[in-house]
Write a protein that binds this ligand. Structure first.
Ligand code: COA
Length: 169
């Protein structure tokens, strides 16, 4: 079975928002409060928020599709010489099977084609399992960041970076 990456078009954003909500409530419940998840899902992953990100803020979203089912998604933003990996989420029952490694190859390929020498991301400081995945895939922590996201909530993150070898192919 093949994992494919398909760019999310405007008419699919509602499906993406549904997938995002399912994963965020399942996963973040052990890391952040239910109130903060409510707030973040609405602010960052609602249909309106994602549509705005795609149409006006330079974000691109991709479904990870396996045999016709969307099992995860990626959100990226191209910056000056860098790729910001903004979202990276896989449904619980599909984790641990190497699909994130496949997604990393997809991202490295984007970087090589567009001549972007770094992928960077933010990850919650208490999200240990995911930090371990990023370290395994060649990211290193460059600094910590506390971002005020409004309504009394903060995001307590590490910023991690991975260098991309642009001479590979
Ligand atoms: C983070 C996430 C996308 C990773 O996907 P995954 O399916 O679990 O990862 P994979 O099975 O593809 O594993 C990726 C690599 O990390 C390694 N790995 C997985 N768990 C690991 C751990 N705890 N410690 C060290 N390495 C680990 C795997 O061996 C694999 O390495 P390899 O292919 O180079 O041998 C997924 O777990 C997820 O959606 N998590 C919840 C949401 C989340 O935290 N998203 C990121 C927000 S910043």
């Amino acid at each position: 079975m093949e994992l494919v990456f398909t760019k999310v078009e405007t008419e699919e954003v509602a499906n993406l928002a549904q997938l995002a909500s399912e994963i965020w409530y399942e996963y973040f419940v052990s890391i952040i409060s239910k109130e903060q998840i409510d707030y973040m899902v609405e602010k960052f992953q609602s249909t309106n928020a994602i549509t705005e990100q795609i149409q006006n803020q330079g974000y691109e979203y991709y479904f990870m599709n396996m045999s016709g089912k969307n099992i995860g998604y990626l959100g990226v933003k191209q910056e000056e010489g860098k790729l910001f990996l903004s979202k990276f989420y896989i449904l619980k029952e599909h984790r641990g099977r190497g699909y994130a490694s496949r997604a990393m190859e997809f991202l490295v390929d984007i970087c090589q084609k567009r001549r972007l020498s770094t992928i960077w991301l933010t990850v919650n400081r208490y999200n240990d399992a995911t930090i371990a995945v990023y370290e395994k895939k060649g990211f290193r922590t460059v600094r910590t960041q506390v971002a005020d996201i409004g309504n009394g909530f903060v995001m307590d993150d590490y910023i991690m970076e991975k260098e991309i070898d642009l001479n590979e192919k």
